[in-house]
Design a protein around this ligand. Structure first.
Ligand code: FAD
Ligand code: FES
Length: 274
């Protein structure tokens, strides 16, 4: 059993959850993720690793559907999760690129930034971090932002209530016009990542994206997380979840992500009506 050691609101929709999982912390590398289960018959939920504190793994979670809401409502410090599997996925092969931009607009991107910023700085990179939120009220508490790990840190909000007004793609366009950026690592909404691939089509830099597909087993066996990548089929859980953004078939990724929307809506409604 995997004991919850900390739970904290990040804003109205997102929360931080820390659990004991020393088997993960011993082996985890940036780029890898975990799959949690609340109960023996619960669904398997892939989550990025935001923090590692001794034998404890911290995650940022959005209250989106049945399991993320159930986890928020019914689990508290001292409760135990049924399973925390991992680390899963392929670790990123990081190097000293020069100037690197980290960008995110949703929980799984903000989480990944923390580990990436520390590792890239250790390798000698100049790290520029951009974190996009809808509005000032949604900006995470300072200790969960990438601020202290990056050489430059920018908040952007879509409504302009804090920091730069716009999305990280808008700010990235401005940055690459006047700076020599050699690598970009971006997470967030799938539609944003498609736009990022288009916006960086002619950029002389590596552009990696966290491809958040629907996963089941997380080990390359079930085929659920299939991604059309550079003309072949890849599996996000085994070959990713980070891929060269410009080689991903984003229309296919977006289509596959919508597969279970109706069932997911019903599952949440049933849970809330209990
Ligand atoms: C590598 C990876 C890292 C992720 N990191 C985070 C993270 O750090 N924080 C976070 O909040 N979310 C993260 N996600 C997404 C998270 O797994 C889903 O939001 C979660 O499964 C939703 O479950 P639910 O029951 O609450 O909602 P549901 O109603 O079941 O689903 C809501 C939406 O979540 C996505 N989703 C649902 N089931 C899965 C699944 N089995 N695998 C992947 N996506 C799914 C779909 O887009 C779906 O429409 C990550 C996904 C992947 C693949
Ligand atoms: S989740 Fe089953 S193959 Fe990737």
């Amino acid at each position: 059993m995997f004991r919850v050691t900390m739970k904290e609101d990040l804003n109205d929709q997102d929360y931080y959850l820390e659990v004991e999982a020393p088997h993960v912390t011993k082996h985890w590398k940036p780029g890898q993720f975990v799959i949690i289960m609340t109960h023996e018959k619960g669904e398997r939920v892939p989550l990025s690793v935001a923090t590692i504190n001794g034998g404890r793994v911290g995650m940022f979670i959005k209250k989106l559907g049945k399991t993320s809401v159930e986890l928020y409502r019914e689990f508290r410090v001292g409760s135990s999760l049924y399973a925390v599997s991992g680390p899963l996925g392929k670790p990123l092969k990081l190097e000293d690129y020069g100037t690197v931009v980290l960008a995110s607009d949703a929980v799984c991107g903000h989480a990944e930034q923390l580990g990436l910023a520390q590792e890239l700085a250790k390798l000698g990179n100049k790290v520029i971090s951009i974190q996009t939120f809808k509005t000032e009220k949604e900006v995470y508490p300072e200790k969960y932002l990438t601020t202290k790990y990056a050489d430059e840190h920018y908040i952007t909000t879509l409504d302009g209530t804090a920091g730069y007004k716009g999305h990280y793609i808008d700010l990235l366009r401005e940055l690459v016009a006047r700076r020599e950026v050699k690598a970009v690592f971006a997470g967030g909404a799938l539609a944003s990542l498609k736009k990022l691939a288009e916006a960086t089509a002619g950029l002389d830099a590596k552009v990696y994206a966290l491809v958040r597909t629907i996963m089941v087993d997380g080990t390359g066996m079930c085929g659920s997380c299939r991604v059309r990548y550079n003309g072949v089929i890849a599996y996000a859980c085994r070959d990713g979840p980070w891929f060269d953004a410009r080689l991903v078939d984003w229309d296919d990724v977006l289509r596959r992500d919508a597969r279970f929307k109706k069932i997911e809506k019903i599952a949440l409604e049933k849970y809330l009506a209990r």
